[in-house]
Design a binder for this molecule. Sequence first.
Ligand code: JFZ
Length: 462
Amino acid sequence: MTQRTKAFLLLLGVALLGAGSGAQVPPAARPDPVKEKRLEWFRDVKYGMFIHWGLYAIPAGQWNGTRSPGLGEWVMFRSRVPVKEYEQLAAQFNPTKFNADEWVKLAKEAGMKYIVITSKHHDGFALFKSAASPYNVVDATPFKRDILKELSDACARAGIRLGFYYSQSQDWHEPNGAGNEWDFGPDDKKDYDRYLQGKAEPQIRELLTHYGKVALIWFDTPRMMTGDRPHRFTRIVRQLQPDTLIDGRLGAEGDYTSTGDNVIPPNVNGQAWEVPATINHTWGYRTDDTDWKSPGQIAFKLIDIVSKGGNYLLNVGPMADGMIPQASQDILRTVGRWLQVNGEAVYGAGPTPFGEELGEASARGARDIRGDALMYQQIQWRVTTKPGKLYITFFDEPRAPFALPAVRNSLKRAYRLADKQPVELKMENGRAVLNLERPIIDPMATVVVVEFDGATIERTKS
Ligand code: JFZ
């Protein structure tokens, strides 16, 4: 089947299932028309910007001169910093270079169609004015500006959708929030509903009341979300903004599924889903993490995800002064320039009608430590679709001629998306063969459009 492509195989343990909360893409459930309506824009946009920003951008991966390992935004937890000490960062938070319009402009240049920002991460500090807790950017910092207000205004001006990440369970600043057992003792001894009703629920109300139309709420790490607790959040969201999407990490069914961080599922899935991902290895800024993915790697992941039916939510971690690291900016803009030319293959595109280009299960049924089938992922080409059109994106110089999997539709013509130059197309043994010129024109990825009769591809039964 896939043997005809060059044997350039990557052994990949597909760590899809069982990575804890929210890590799996479940099989299709009965479609809910109201939910499908809410999801319409989400299914089209494909590519969004995640922003992790908060007080943790100041220590940036260190505490008291010692490297604090792990994710930048987890420094308080990893270094067991007492609340009284960590809180003092607020007095230093003064990001004078923060410019909401610049961030939004970057997202647009990157080809990203929605933005999701941490309104409050696990450390409990809010990037917005809040009557529910004075531990927020307006009341506790010299900066005094409501970051979310400025960003929501900038997004409205630019016509880009904005959603809010909100850590509903973990709040290391609050005596009754989950997660801080070094200051406040074990979670199971806490008056958890007091925290939920006194801070988390009111803050979700504030987010849905003061910042215009909210695209989605991105809940995370659902601990102790038992009984009625997650449903109380759902009711608040539906009551205040019925069109706002709920992600997959609330602790009850949301509108779409969030995969494990950086985890791309192995196959097509028709459910709405999103891959939250980093460009380096941290969400919140760390000075020592400079291991950036290349623009080509990002482009591959984006097309790979779109060809399987999902969205890519790619993170930036702004620094304490309000600037997004230059390396992130450069990488995003490089991918953005590619999308300006080739975006037709991405935005609003459907998944592949094939699948053999994705890879194949390894021989003898090898399994990873979680018991999932190991995949030899192929990375040469991917397919996305629109009515009457196949978009074949080549990441690696393909063999010329290149044969498509057999289909019943008659194929009309083929051309390169970037310059509309025709590509020779003929039939051989029931398969369409493209005669591609080498070297391919775009070293990052070259898209060939194949037009066919009918709206969707019908495969030849083998
Ligand atoms: C969570 C956060 O703890 C982290 O700081 C960051 O905000 C990230 C986007 O989300 O981390 C998770 C949550 C869920 C999984 C992995 C990391 N998961 O389901 O695999």
